[in-house]
Design a protein around this ligand. Structure first.
Ligand SMILES: O=C(O)CCC(=O)C(=O)O
Ligand SMILES: [Fe+2]
Length: 210
């Protein structure tokens, strides 16, 4: 039985089509066609109608660090609720441990430079963002469209580039087996060169979101 807030390789690999990236440093999984093109189009419409400039925790003085737009996706929309539930079934993580889903839109030239999704345990923001729900455990991200050029997600430490593709899901464990933060999860949402890129992200926590 997995800990609450935790998925596992066994759980993910029991789902047809899930592939594991071979690495001893990082648990990273890929599932193509997780979402249909129709669902992706509906979610893109939602992101287009309601978005704001993206922000980062642990501000590092670089205003160009994350230049995309973010959309908070309410589960009051049936298409969002259905997605949150499908992710919970896939990951095996109870929805109580899920942050609200977020959409991101990148226009030409926009990116999210190399970062990790966990909060630095000794940072000022750790207390603010993790006091109640705890650390981020797993990340699942779905690409909603094929990008004409650019926009890959590059995992620098393990030297893996993942190309956006309509409906493709990737997921990884932000921590090692002993619970420590895994710096090999460092990833860079590279600049879009042509077209737009849309993704949806689900982060899970150690404790219920509240
Ligand atoms: O857009 C991507 O490829 C990655 C997004 C990401 O890393 C994030 O939102 O934390
Ligand atoms: Fe990220």
């Amino acid at each position: 039985m997995d800990e609450p807030g935790e998925s596992s390789a066994a759980r993910l690999l029991s789902h047809p089509g899930v592939q594991r990236f071979p690495s001893s440093r990082l648990d990273l999984f890929i599932l193509r066609e997780f979402l249909s093109a129709e669902r992706c189009a509906q979610l893109i419409d939602l992101i287009e109608t309601n978005n704001r400039p993206s922000t980062i925790a642990d501000y590092n003085g670089d205003d160009a660090f994350r230049t995309s737009s973010t959309c908070d996706l309410s589960r009051n929309y049936p298409v969002v609720d259905e997605l949150a539930q499908a992710l919970s079934r896939l990951s095996g993580i109870d929805l109580a441990y899920a942050e609200p889903l977020q959409g991101q839109r990148y226009e030409v030239g926009q990116e999210f430079k190399a970062h990790t999704d966990y909060f630095e345990p000794d940072s000022a923001d750790f207390e603010k963002y993790c006091k109640v729900p705890g650390q981020r455990t797993w990340t699942f991200m779905i690409y909603l469209n094929d990008v004409e050029a650019g926009g890959a997600t590059r995992f620098k430490v393990i030297d893996k580039m993942i190309q956006p593709e309509t409906g493709k899901l990737i997921g990884w464990n932000n921590r090692r087996a002993d619970g420590s933060c895994n710096a090999a999860t460092l990833h860079h949402a590279m600049k879009v060169r042509k077209g737009r890129k849309y993704v949806i992200t689900q982060w899970y926590r150690e404790r219920p979101w509240g």
